[in-house]
Ligand binder design. Structure first.
Ligand code: DHB
Ligand code: MG
Length: 225
């Protein structure tokens, strides 16, 4: 047995990716376009995108809410998991990112399946709550981590018993292990983890995600009882 080390973990990630994720024009174009536009490369990995896709299919989701569109990479995976009459509502703060995402999602054939809203997520979430939006089947949080706790409370008002709530980057390369993280994103992720662990309406766990560095995906289900 080789000892667990970063090189091995990266090779395992690549091994899994090569097994299950075929070269993909839409996703490659998406990343190339995002890079050319100067977006940060903080999109989910191909394997994590596939995990989002599988989980969304697993629950038979028709309505998905994403908070943090960036260039639309994870949105492409989520949209692919939807049936023909499905809808992905995705929220993005930066107009510049939204423009890249809109172009990419249009090219991938999802213009009609996606409702991309630009502006602070709290505003868009409150608009959805005010309009008595049909509850979402899946919620994916992947925006500023210092907003996660507030986004969760608003997303819960847009959920039903059984809604799956996912949150990216909740391990923050291990910084959530610090007793009092100085970085607001680390502190926000740590606060989120503690909220979901103790929330009366949720049952949750964190799945560690290992790539070149370690992070985690929080998985919660809104209680049915
Ligand atoms: C980082 C990674 C992310 O996936 C994200 O959503 C935000 C930040 C990061 O590694 O800094
Ligand atoms: Mg992320």
């Amino acid at each position: 047995m080789e000892p667990v080390n970063e090189g091995l973990i990266e090779r395992i990630d690549a091994y899994i990716e090569n097994l299950f994720t075929l070269p993909d024009e839409a996703l490659s174009q998406n990343l190339a376009d995002a890079e050319a536009a100067g977006l940060p490369s903080i999109n989910v990995s191909p394997n994590q995108g596939r995990l989002l896709y599988l989980l969304t299919k697993l629950v038979g989701a028709k309505r998905v809410l994403e908070i943090g569109t960036l260039g639309g990479y994870s949105a492409t995976w989520l949209a692919r998991a939807l049936p023909a009459d499905g809808l992905l509502v995705t929220l993005e703060l930066e107009a510049r990112n939204a423009e890249v995402a809109r172009r990419n999602l249009g090219r991938a054939g999802f213009a009609a399946a996606i409702d991309l809203r630009v502006g602070p997520a709290t505003d868009s979430l409150r608009d959805l709550i005010r309009s008595a939006s049909t509850p979402f089947d899946v919620v994916f949080l992947d925006a500023n981590k210092d907003g996660y706790v507030e986004y969760l409370e608003l997303a819960l008002q847009l959920s039903r018993p059984g809604t799956l709530i996912l949150a990216d980057n909740v391990i923050r390369h291990g910084h959530v292990l610090d007793s009092n993280p100085a970085d607001p994103y680390d502190a926000g992720a740590k606060a989120y983890n503690e909220v979901i662990a103790n929330h009366p309406r949720l049952e949750s766990l964190i799945l560690p995600i290992v790539r070149s560095r370690v992070d985690g995906l929080a998985i919660s289900i809104v209680r049915r009882d």
